[in-house]
Design a protein around this ligand. Sequence first.
Ligand code: GAL
Length: 648
Amino acid sequence: MRIGVDYYPEHWDKSLWAADADLMQKTGVKLVRLAEFAWCRLEPREGVFTFEWLDEAVNLFAARGIDVVLCTPTSCPPLWLYEKHPDAVMVEKDGTPTRTGIRGHRCINHEAVRFHCQRMIEKMTQHYAENKAVAAWQIDNELEAYFCFCETCNAKFREWLKTKYGTLAALNKAYGNVVWSGEYSSWEQIQPPYGHYPDAWLNPAFMLDYARFASDNVIDFANWQAEIIRKNCPGLPVTTNVWFCGHMPDFYKEFKNLDFISYDNYPTTKLPDNPEECYTHAFHLDMMRGVKRAPFWVMEQLSGGMGCWAPMARMPEPGMIKGYGLQAFAHGADTVVFFRWRTANIGAEMHWHGLIDHSNVPGRRFHEFAELCKAAETLQNVQGADNRADVAILLSFDNEFAFKIQPQTNGYYYLEQLQRLHAAFAALGLNVDIIGQHESLEGYRIVCAPEMYVTDEGVVQRLHDFAAQGGTVILTTRSGVKDEHNNAIMAQLPTVYRDMVGAYATEYAPIGYDSVALHFTDGTKAEGKQWCDVLEAEGAEVMASFDGEFFKGKAAVTRNAYGSGKVYYIATVGNQALYHHLAHGAAEEAGIAVISGLPPQVEITTRTGSGAVTRFIFNNSGREQSFMLDGETLTLAPFEMHITTKEV
Ligand code: GAL
C-alpha cells in the first residue's frame, strides 16, 4: 500500500525542496502529486513553456525513489488567457461573467480554453512521456458540474437535446411543455434555466435534463483530456479527483473511460456527540470503491485542521491521522495521498493545515503520519484485494439530481436512507458495497434500493428478477414516483414496484421536521420522520406500524414473499433504530453470518486477495472501547486500527 503527499514546489523557496524530498524519503512517502494549479509557472507567457522547475522537482523525487502524479493544470488558466479572451469565463445565471482572481473561473467549453488546455496538455505529456517517475495523470482538479450560462454552453445544451429527442414534438411531450404555454416551436427558443423566479418554479423535467447535461458536459471535458494524455502517455493510468460537492457529476459515467477513481477524503475532525447520529464517513469510502467496483486512490487526505473559506475546524485528534489513513485502506483504497505536505504560508488556503505546520517543525500529526507510512509497508498483501460484500446499496445520480430539484419535505435528503442502511449493515461487521443502479446484482444476497424515485425500466426489471430468484430487496418510500423524464407516474405508489412490495399507498404524509413513533411486531420501537406512506397491504406481512398521526395503526415496514425471494418496504424515513432492527433480521433471514453486539463506531471490514483475508477492526471514536470478538476481549485505543490476516 502506498502513501503519498500533495506538494507545491512552486509555493516554496527552492532551498526547501531537497530537504523536503529527503524527509519524504526517510518517512516512507512513495508518491507526490504535483502541478494541478501551476499553469502560470508552466506557461508564464502565451506559447512560452517552462518545465525546467518542474523537471527539477520531479528529478529530486525520482532520485529518492518517489514517483509522481502529474496533473493537467486546467482548472487555473493564467490571467494572460483571460486578458486576451475576457469571455473565456463562466457566466452566472443573471448573465454576469465570473470575475477572475480566485480559481476555476474558466468555461470548459470556450474555444480558447479548449485550445490552450489542449496545447498545455500536449506539451506536458510530450515532455514527460518518457519519464519513468510519472506513475499516473490527474485531470484538472475536482471537476464540478457547474451550470455555465454562456452562449457556447447554451448552444451545446441545444445540441444535446437535439441528439436526445430528435424532434421538438418529442421534447415538448417529454417535458410537458404545454404547462404555462412553454411549448417550443423552434430550437432557438430553448434557454438554460434562467428563470426570474426561484429555481423551484422551473419545469422539473427540463431541470433534470439540464442537470444531466451539466454532468455530461464535465464528463466530456474529462474524456477529451484523457484522450490527449493517452496519445503521448499510453499505458499510464488517468484519473480525476472527486469530492462530495453541491454539483457532483454522475461519477458512474465520469469514470467509465478513466482508469481509476480518486477521492478527496476529509473526514470531520469533530465526531457527532450522539453516536446514533448519521455519521457517514465510511459510506463515502465504500461509495468510491463502488464507482468502478475496484480499489481506488485517495488523492487528498485529511492532514490537519481544515479552514480557509470557513473558520478553522478542530485539529485531528491523536490517532486520527493514522487511523483515517488505515480506514481508507480498509474500505478499498490502495494509495492514500495526503493534502498537503506542509501548510501554506501564502495564499487563501494558509489555514487548511498540512502535515507540517507553518513553522516547518514536524510535530504530532507528522509523527503519526510517519507511523502510518510504516504500517502501510506491512500491508503489501492487501494491494488490489477485494472487499467482497453480500450486501449492496444502489445509488442513482438521476435521483440525486431530481431530489435536489424538488426537495420532498423539510429535512429530506436523498442520501440519508442510503447512509442509514449502510450504517445498519456495517454495524453487523459486514462489508457493504454502494454501486450504481445500472450495475449487475449478481453475487449479492441483499440489495437495498432506497428511494428509487426516477424510474429506469431496466433497473426495475433487474430488481424484480433479483427478488424472484431468491434475493432480498429492501425498497423504501419515494420509489416509483417519477418516470425517466421526472414526470409523475399515474398509478398508486410505489407504482412499478407495487407487485413486488405487496402493498400500495392510498395517500402520503410529508411530515417534515416532525416525527412519528412506530413499533415492530416484536415490540422494538423506532421512529419515522419527514415522510410517511399510508399503506394498504395486499399480500405483504406488516412488520411495523405507526403509533401516531392520522395513519396510526397503518404499516410502517412490510415484508413480502416474491418468487423465491423477499421484498421489504420501509414506508418512511426512519431513525437509526429502524434500520438496525431491519438489517439484523434481513441479514439473518438471508443466511449472512453477522457479528452481533459490536459497540457503536467500531467498523469491521475485510479485504480478500493473494490467498489471504485481511480483517480491519477500527475504533472510529475518541474513547477506548473494549468488546468481545471471536471469544476474546479486544481493547482498542481511540482511532486505533487492529489488523489481522488469515490465509485462505
Ligand atoms: C480540495 C481541493 C484542494 C484544496 C483543498 C483544501 O477540495 O482539491 O485544492 O483546495 O480542498 O481546501
